[in-house]
Design a protein around this ligand. Structure first.
Ligand SMILES: N[C@@H](CCC(=O)N[C@@H](CS)C(=O)NCC(=O)O)C(=O)O
Length: 233
């Protein structure tokens, strides 16, 4: 199998964390198609976004669908939670992280430019992130993990989502929505010590550094030039 993924992509990081935690990385190669770097990912996958999982039968887009596929393909290693209710809780927390946190933060990146930003749009989106954090506060467990007493897919989605809350939201001129003294804050402090969280946080921070210092742009330009050379031969 092949996972189309990028270091800085939080939705990809979510799937990578699951792969590392399930111990199935030998089954999956990681790659980033040159089309993604060219803004033409739709030529690979109609949704035009990463992650995408390539399996023998074709392509699977959408991080949540890939995550469920991996759990079903490797049931003895699945990170779904133990009881029926726990499995529902895992899905709820994962959806909160995906839909109410990550998606709104992604949308708010369209307003990053202070010259062209529409402040009301940004306020609306960050307001929705805060509302999502409020819901998470009620749904998150009180132990070391988001749900139950072991790592589940809920943690794999929450780690990149909370990374975005704590590092991306302040870059847009707002306080982090993770407020000290809350369950979410205690969870976030604690989960950052988990070995799989450490690994993807390192990868995302590496990706952020490459974006900020121009390395990512240079690597993309080189990959695009190579692809153009190959197509001219
Ligand atoms: N709902 C999708 C979101 C994926 C997504 O937005 N990925 C970003 C990178 S983290 C992307 O590919 N963006 C490219 C674009 O928006 O054109 C998922 O869960 O996989």
């Amino acid at each position: 199998m092949k996972l189309y993924t990028g270091d800085l992509s939080p939705y990809s990081a979510k799937v990578r964390m699951q792969i590392y935690a399930m111990g199935i990385q030998d089954e999956i190669n990681f790659d980033l198609p040159v089309q993604f770097m060219m803004g033409k990912m739709f030529q690979v996958s109609p949704i035009g976004r990463i992650p995408v999982l390539e399996v023998d039968e074709g392509l699977i887009p959408e991080s949540e669908v890939i995550a469920e596929y991996l759990d079903e393909r490797f049931p003895d290693k699945a990170l779904t939670g133990s009881s029926l209710k726990e499995r529902a809780d895992v899905r709820v927390v994962s959806r909160i992280a995906d839909i109410y946190l990550m998606n709104n933060i992604f949308m708010s990146l369209s307003q990053a430019n202070t010259e062209t930003r529409v402040q009301a749009v940004l306020d609306l989106l960050i307001g929705q992130v805060r509302r999502g954090i409020g819901a998470l506060e009620k749904h998150i467990g009180i132990g070391n993990f988001a749900v139950g007493d072991s790592l589940t897919r809920a943690d794999c989605t929450l780690v990149p989502a909370l990374w975005m809350c704590s590092s991306t939201v302040p870059r847009l001129g707002f306080d982090s929505p993770i407020v000290e003294g809350t369950r979410v804050s205690a969870y976030w402090d604690n989960i950052q010590n988990n070995e799989f969280a450490v690994k993807i946080l390192d990868e995302m921070n590496k990706g952020m550094k490459a974006r900020l210092d121009g390395t990512e742009r240079k690597m993309a330009e080189a990959a695009i030039a190579r692809a153009q050379d190959n197509s001219n031969q």
